[in-house]
Design a binder for this molecule. Structure first.
Ligand code: GUN
Ligand code: FE
Length: 427
């Protein structure tokens, strides 16, 4: 294990520089200097000759994967209730389970399982929903900080349309709790950042949204939420917020929908109207595409090809427990598969995603939300995976792009040999 943040990895290097371009360097050298990438080379430049070198010849070296949307407290009941649609599933499974995190002892029992499994898998970054509870959320953040992963974590806000056991008493109580949470975490973490997390419009009164908009301006925090996931949800938002022109407008009205000082992720965007897409584009709102969740909850298939073509920043989300697996390799394969069904069954003007495009979405596409993350260009944070793919691809038998494609579908945690997040070796 390296205990330094400056070193060299040797192996078969592969990374995206844009949705269509996959760069490969067989038997190359990847240099990490003070936690940042100093470049990927065919020959090791002289000035790096004295750095410690980890020889991973024959193994794939790719950027760490980015999960733009996942619910930590839902890890405990994934793959349950998948015969329901969104709103019934929330009522039946999600809200009762999340209520349990009021008891910090429950969080102490359950959150380590989520974090330990995340460490073993291919993701180095994640934007995470916790629950409304501050103690449990801070415990989750402590575990994540110790893990070495780089994350953004949200204490969830919800003051309507959920059971008494989970709902916050009113907007003021939810806002006070948010300020208390921000006060308690200030100065406590390096790798674990807060993100404002109004659950979705049906869970938050206008007064709460207004107050969160105020907190966002004061603290310059990023925002994450859900958008245009399911037809019944969208119709309900229109009833609850009749003055909004479309779903996304109900976040914009309160200053919670992108713009220069408010980086925002919206999960799903399966049914976004032209106006909504236009506003996301203008505001630089990131889309977290969650294909497994959209399949399991029969939500639909988001037009990701359109988002890529229009240049809307887009990444991938596992959306556990809507999705069943945290691995963003798996999500890449899911994204390709659902894009084919959409093309065949729904709209043959939007071509299916290629493996290179799915890999881009799960690395650089989502990584951009964290800054310079998700590729091996110089100055980018050094997030890397070393994968021994010989279990499913005999050494020397395939090109690097072919090996990568097979890795999306076939790799699992067994094949991951080393993992680095922001220059720190996790294993
Ligand atoms: N919309 C509001 N809450 C949730 C959630 O927990 N999961 C999903 N998939 N959608 C939501
Ligand atoms: Fe979600």
């Amino acid at each position: 294990m390296f205990d330094t943040q400056s070193f060299v990895l040797k192996g078969d290097i592969c990374f995206s520089t844009d949705p269509q371009t996959l760069k490969t360097i067989p038997d190359g050298y990847l240099v990490c200097l003070d936690g940042r990438c100093a470049g990927a080379f065919s020959q090791l430049p002289g000035q790096y000759q004295n750095l410690p070198l980890l020889d991973c010849a024959g193994k794939l070296i790719v950027p760490g994967l980015v999960d733009l949307h996942v619910h930590a407290p839902q890890y405990s009941y994934r793959a349950l209730g998948m015969d329901l649609e969104l709103l019934e599933w929330l009522e039946t499974h999600t809200f009762p389970e999340e209520s349990k995190y009021r008891d910090v002892a429950y969080a102490r029992k359950m959150y380590p399982r989520f974090v330990e499994d995340l460490v073993k898998g291919p993701n180095t970054r994640a934007c995470i929903f916790a629950t409304v509870h501050n103690d449990a959320t801070l415990h989750l953040m402590d575990l994540l900080e110790d893990s070495g992963l780089c994350t953004m974590v949200g204490k969830v806000n919800m003051d309507r349309n959920s059971p008494d056991s989970l709902r916050e008493a009113d907007a003021q109580a939810s806002l006070d709790a948010t300020r208390d949470w921000l006060g308690r975490l200030a100065g406590r973490y390096q790798r674990t950042k807060p993100i404002l997390t109004p659950r979705f419009v049906p869970s938050c009164t206008d007064e709460l949204m207004q107050g969160l908009g105020q907190i966002q301006k004061e603290y310059h925090l990023p925002v994450q939420s859900h958008l245009s996931e399911n037809p019944s949800e969208i119709a309900w938002v229109q009833e609850l917020c009749p003055q909004s022109r479309f779903y996304g407008d109900a976040y914009r009205m309160f200053g919670l929908f992108g713009g220069a000082d408010c980086p925002t992720i919206m999960a799903h965007c399966v049914y976004s109207s032209d106006e909504e897409v236009e506003l996301m584009k203008q505001q630089g709102v990131f889309i977290a595409h969650c294909p497994a969740s959209n399949t399991n909850l029969a939500s639909g298939i988001a037009p990701v090809r359109r988002y890529l073509t229009e240049g809307i920043p887009t990444g991938l989300g596992s959306d556990v427990a809507g999705g069943t697996h945290t691995s963003i390799f798996r999500t890449m394969a899911d994204a390709i598969q659902v894009s084919k069904l959409r093309w065949r069954l729904q709209d043959n003007s939007l071509a299916p995603l290629t493996a290179a495009e799915a890999f881009y979405l799960g690395t650089l596409g989502g990584g951009a939300f964290f800054g310079k993350v998700g590729t091996f260009l110089t100055e980018y944070d050094f997030d890397a995976l070393v994968i021994d793919d010989s279990r499913y691809t005999p050494q020397g038998s395939r090109s690097i792009p072919e090996r990568l494609e097979r890795t999306l579908y076939l790799s699992d945690d067994r094949d991951l040999k080393h993992k680095f997040a922001a220059g720190r070796q996790l294993f």
